[in-house]
Design a protein around this ligand. Structure first.
Ligand code: NAD
Length: 289
């Protein structure tokens, strides 16, 4: 069914508020799935930063939209503007999906679930395993908290010795207090420690922006010999599809995955929250990637 046949006076609007927004794959992904399933929804991206956030949320309420995704820089700033926050979003301290449930705006976070679901695609079961995780921003927090909630045994969390280093300590405190997972925090500048922790880990994950523009071609692992074939290496970056770290990992014989799976499965969970239907993931994968 074309958009022309589908969109009418009853179409539910789903939005995305972020800046910059032009590169986002989300509008194409959601609209493609609505078309395929003949659902009367339309997904539109709005260039909204922190300064317009209050007005944008008021507008979403006034227009009675079905819901909206939230991306940088609004994921944490939106929390006080919502009526309810789901437990996982509260835990992560960030919202990426808002659903309008009969006039109430409820905030969820599907990033962590997106990441853990993407690991199943490379047949990696992280329960009881150890991860070295680089980064302490929004993506790293979602990865750390969701894997901890779902049974990873240990995380060695590395961040550079500037902001958000204190955030890394905060994440560790929350996880150590509320789950059975043990988190230790280290400085990315301590390369001997990084090498040692990677050597003792089952999975290495990059959740920093190192590897994408303007840091494309760069990797936080200075020596490919630190990687070994039984290490899974994942990068939350999906643009480029293959970061320098993933190139190194491939040459070392590791199983690798980029951030496309995380984005796809997080989007699929949001889709379900917005529409009540499962997203046709295989169809989207085939046509989008
Ligand atoms: P953020 O700004 O919240 O955090 C960025 C992190 O990168 C921080 O820990 C920061 O210290 C670190 N960092 C930045 N530059 C660095 C450098 N030169 N050396 C070492 N560390 C550095 O950003 P975020 O939202 O966490 O996003 C991080 C990455 O994750 C981005 O590339 C983003 O595109 C990606 N992401 C992917 C998905 C997905 O679905 N695949 C979802 C969210 C974010």
């Amino acid at each position: 069914m074309s958009d022309l046949e589908r969109i009418d006076g009853r179409t539910k609007l789903i939005g995305l508020i972020a800046t910059p927004i032009g590169h986002s794959l989300a509008p194409v992904m959601h609209n493609m799935a609505y078309r395929k399933m003949g659902l009367n929804f339309a997904y539109i991206a709005f260039e909204v930063g922190n300064d317009q956030l209050d007005d944008a949320v008021t507008g979403m309420r006034a227009l009675n939209v079905g819901g909206f995704n939230v991306s940088m820089p609004n994921k944490t700033k939106i929390l006080p503007l919502l009526d309810e926050i789901s437990p996982e979003a509260e835990f992560i301290g960030a919202v990426n999906t808002v659903v309008n449930e009969s006039g109430k705006l409820i905030g969820y976070n599907t990033d962590g679930i997106g990441y853990t679901r993407s690991l199943t695609e490379v047949d990696f079961n992280f329960v009881g395993k150890k991860m070295t995780l680089m980064g302490a921003g929004g993506a790293a927090t979602a990865v750390a908290i969701q894997t901890a909630l779902d049974g990873i045994a240990e995380i060695s969390l590395f961040n550079r010795d500037i902001s958000p280093y204190s955030k890394a300590i905060e994440i560790a405190n929350i996880i150590n207090e509320k789950t059975k997972c043990k988190v230790n925090v280290y400085k990315l500048e301590d390369l001997n420690k990084l090498k040692e922790e990677i050597a003792g880990s089952d999975i290495l994950t990059n959740a920093t922006g190192v590897g994408m523009k303007p840091l494309e071609g760069q990797s936080l692992v200075p020596d490919t010999s630190w990687l070994r074939p039984d290490l899974v290496v994942s990068d939350v970056i999906y643009n480029p599809r293959k970061t320098r770290l993933l190139e190194q990992a491939e040459s070392a014989g590791c199983k690798t995955l980029n951030g496309l799976g995380m984005m796809l499965w997080a989007g699929s969970k949001s889709f379900e929250l917005f529409t009540g239907y499962k997203m046709p993931v295989d169809y989207v994968k085939e046509n989008l990637f």
